[in-house]
Design a binder for this molecule. Structure first.
Ligand code: OGA
Ligand code: NI
Length: 349
């Protein structure tokens, strides 16, 4: 096994006590359900984007996935596989740069636009427990403003990313439109609510092979704080798990599929009808795993709250309105903990 060195460390990664979770926080693989998997939405099969717009069946399937799982995989999405493969290779190369090269991007300051960092969990009585991963993140709007900050010597990262971001932007627009229609709203409703100049962030995650995956997590349990996430992952390596009916379910990689999940903002906008679901990443002994998440979040000044059309006597508003900046501030305050951000905006009915 090729050894990996975290950018902020001086020796190869080893399973030291700083990575070992207390027993009750470990992944417990024997408890992971093998019976279910998240829905697969086929953009071709259910018919979409002909002159009459998407088929009612597509909208219905997608809506059901959003209500029951908050997660689905999409196939035949129209993003060329070469674009995806190039992006995956480029993202992988970032983590294959020598640690001192990657180290230039390392920071714990979340306000930096381009950054490399390690997630951790604050555990009572034990302090910080590091996640078995490294992440690299940067904005994906206005690429021209920061492209010069991205790695030069990775596998044509800048080029690959520019092309990939363009494709994902149009896929996101299509998804937001379908999700709006699933809620019975005008197709541009969600996009308008999220505002012009949405916050777009990309996050590449690298999970090196781990000698004992039972003791660690690649990414702790969380929900995504944004509105919508489109995730691409290494072919053939599982790692992502989502909660379904109180049980962990592994998301098996499907070739050429994207994993789509709803973030907290869609849960709030839909007044709780669509779910932002807890998920985590586990490690494995054999293979490094790379994932690339593309996040779409509201503009900082957008006011987020349950959409009026979704409120009635039976469905009173579940959340109070807030400026997204307010949500973000609370999010960063809860760094390292199992965040309970949207709960703070919940109304008592
Ligand atoms: C994330 C995330 C999962 C994965 O980046 O928010 O949930 O499989 N990633 O890497
Ligand atoms: Ni996530």
């Amino acid at each position: 096994m090729k050894s990996f060195q975290l950018a902020n460390e001086s020796s190869p990664l080893s399973l030291s006590s700083s990575f070992i979770l207390p027993e009750d926080r470990r992944p417990q693989f024997s408890q992971v359900s093998k019976l279910t998997s998240i829905p697969i939405i086929d953009f071709n099969n259910h018919g979409t984007n002909n002159d009459d717009g998407p088929s009612p069946l597509l909208i219905q399937k997608l809506s059901q996935a959003c209500e029951e799982y908050g997660f689905f995989q999409v196939i035949n999405h129209g993003v060329p596989s070469e674009t995806c493969n190039k992006m995956m290779a480029a993202a992988t190369e970032v983590f294959e740069l020598p640690p001192e090269e990657r180290g230039k991007f390392f920071t714990t300051d979340h306000t930096k636009p381009v950054k490399l960092y390690n997630f951790y969990l604050n555990v009572e009585g034990q302090g910080k427990v590091n996640m078995w991963s490294e992440s690299f993140s940067h904005p994906w709007n206005h690429i021209e403003d920061f492209i010069h900050l991205l790695p030069k010597n990775g596998f044509q990262y800048r080029e690959a990313f520019t092309e990939y971001a363009k494709e994902i932007r149009s896929l996101m627009n299509r998804l937001l439109s379908l999700i709006s229609q699933g809620l019975g709203l005008q197709k541009d409703c969600l996009q308008k609510r999220l505002g012009e100049e949405p916050i777009l962030k990309a996050q590449a995650n690298y999970y090196p092979p781990c000698p004992d995956p039972e003791l660690t997590l690649g990414l702790a349990v969380h929900t995504d704080l944004n509105a919508l996430t489109v995730l691409m992952q290494s072919e053939g390596v599982t790692g992502l798990q989502v909660i379904k009916d109180g049980k962990w379910v592994a998301v098996d990689p499907v070739p050429n599929a994207f994993i789509v999940n709803l973030g907290d903002q869609i849960q709030v906008l839909s007044n709780g009808r669509y779910k932002s679901v807890h998920h985590r990443a586990v490690t494995n002994k054999m293979y490094p795993r790379v994932s690339l998440a593309m996040f779409y979040g509201p503009n900082k000044d957008s006011v987020i709250g349950p959409i009026e059309d979704l409120i009635d006597e039976e469905h009173p508003p579940m959340y109070r309105k807030y400026r997204y900046a307010e949500f973000l501030e609370e999010f960063y305050k809860q760094e390292g903990s199992r965040r309970m951000v949207k709960e703070g905006f919940q109304l008592q009915n």
